[in-house]
Structures are given as C-alpha cells and as structure tokens.
Design a protein around this ligand. Structure first.
Ligand SMILES: Nc1ncnc2c1ncn2[C@@H]1O[C@H](COP(=O)(O)OP(=O)(O)OP(=O)(O)O)[C@@H](O)[C@H]1O
Length: 250
C-alpha cells in the first residue's frame, strides 16, 4: 500500500499496455473513492475497454499499479479471483437466461454466489425471497417476474443483468455502455436506476451517450489515447478546449 492509495477503492497509477507496439493505455492514473460513481467517456479507441479489461484481470498491464481497496494488487490475480473479490462487470451485450423467468434469473444469480454444493441441497430462505423481491424492485421488473426473460425488451434485459450482478453483492460494479441500444425512456430510467445502486455500491460507467452522462450527474473522466485528458463535472470537461478538440477534431 502506498500513502496515496490508502483509503481508495480503486487506484490506478502509471498503467500502460501495448498491443504490438501500440500503446492502448499510456501512463493512466485514476482514483475511485469508496461509494463513488464515475463516468468514463472518450472517443473510439481511447482505451476505455482496455482499462476495464485491466481492472477485471482480462488483460495484464505492462507496467503500473492497479490496487483494490488500497492494497490488493489486481495485476497479480486472475479474472475469477478478481470477480470473487467483489468486482462485477456488466458487458454491453446482455447475457440473461432467455428460457428462464425473470425471477429464476435472479434466483440463479443468488445461487451462483452460494456455490454448487450448497445449491444442490438448498431451499429458498425467507431472506433470499426478500432479496429477490428487492432486486426485482430495483430492476423495475417486479410485475414481470413470471415472464420469460426472452420476452423482455433490450433495455429490460440490461436491467435484469444488472440485478443478477447485484445478487453477487459486488463492492465495485463496472458497467459498459448501458444505454447503447436503449430507447430514450429506458436510457433516462437507467440513469435513475444506477443512481439508486450507487447509494450502496461503487460504480464505474463507460458511456458514449452524453445525455445519459448528464443525467448521472457524477464526476467524469475523459480518456484519450490511453490516458486521462480531463476530469471533473460534465460541464467543466465539455468546455475544456482539449476535450473539445479531441471530440471535434476527428
Ligand atoms: N487485443 C488487442 N490487440 C490489438 N489492439 C488492441 C487490442 N485491444 C485494444 N486494442 C487497441 O487499443 C486501442 C484502445 O481500444 P479500446 O477498445 O480500449 O478503446 P475504447 O475506448 O474502448 O473504444 P470504443 O469506444 O470504440 O469501444 C484501440 O486502438 C484498439 O484497436
């Protein structure tokens, strides 16, 4: 643990990653406080996905510190161990069990947390039933609980998958372009949903949709060419000449 990482939830410093000599991540430093929600924006190829891959252990950085809760070295861990630490990731494409009901999808995610042995001999407890109800409420799917997941809209499937991730009780939730492919109404609702979630967990959201980022109302980090170009409120970063240039200069 360094003095600077103490008390932080996620601490990236001096992180670089090259692919065939091309620096996808280049001296990246980013600090997330416990309980914080952060939006990450940046033009195509800025390194947003690679950064998420590094946090979740899918990609190993060439150099740099990647620390969870101030001292846990994520670069030394594999993807499964990082997930077990409580870092959950929501990819862009929803992956729910289409042929199961919404309620069963949530119940399966709760079981996954318990492990296969316990699952085999398990009956749903009152506490679990209550947690399922809570997750259905958070994801706006309570009235659809007996419907097959296949029948949900794209946006509702995203919410269901967020609920399934929450069932694992992550300490940090990474969400990749949740608003992509959503209707305007779903996008607006998703911002409200994430703000509710952010009351109890830390969240990092990568997103291109600026209306959505505005709705989130959180600190924004702008990535460009693998490092942080600007950081601050959306108003502050969007009036920053360097940011304007990378967005308009393409
Ligand atoms: N496995 C890889 N091999 C080679 N190059 C890669 C690999 N992964 C990413 N890159 C390159 O690294 C750069 C950063 O990519 P990355 O996907 O992280 O950007 P991004 O900000 O997520 O972009 P987008 O908004 O388009 O998703 C890109 O130029 C990409 O082509």
């Amino acid at each position: 643990m360094s003095d600077k990482s103490e008390g932080t939830l996620l601490y990236l410093d001096g992180v670089s990653k090259s692919f065939d000599g091309f620096k996808a991540i280049n001296g990246l430093s980013l600090v997330l406080e416990p309980g914080e929600m952060r939006a990450i924006i940046g033009p195509n190829g800025a390194g947003k996905t690679t950064m998420m891959d590094i946090i979740t252990g899918k990609t190993k950085p060439d150099v740099g510190d990647v620390l969870f809760e101030g001292s846990v070295d994520l670069t030394a861990m594999d993807e499964a161990s990082i997930a077990n630490l409580g870092i959950g990731r929501k990819f862009q494409k929803p992956t729910v069990f289409e042929s199961h009901t919404i309620e069963d999808n949530i119940a399966l995610a709760l079981k996954a947390k318990r492990g296969p042995w316990a699952t085999l001999f398990h009956r749903r407890t009152a506490a679990e039933a209550a947690r399922i109800d809570e997750l259905l409420a958070i994801t706006r799917l309570a009235d659809k609980r007996h419907m097959l997941a296949a029948r949900l809209s794209h946006g509702q499937k995203q919410w269901l998958e967020i609920g399934m991730l929450l069932a694992q009780e992550p300490r940090l939730l990474l969400v990749d372009e949740p608003a992509a492919g959503m209707t305007d109404a779903e996008t607006a609702e998703t911002a409200i949903l994430l703000k509710e979630i952010a009351k109890t967990q830390s969240v990092v959201v990568v997103e291109h949709d600026m209306t959505f980022v505005r709705d989130l109302g959180v600190k924004v980090t702008v990535l460009h060419e693998g490092s942080v170009l600007a950081e601050g409120s959306l108003d502050a970063v969007s009036s920053n000449p360097k940011v304007v240039e990378v967005y308009l200069g393409r």
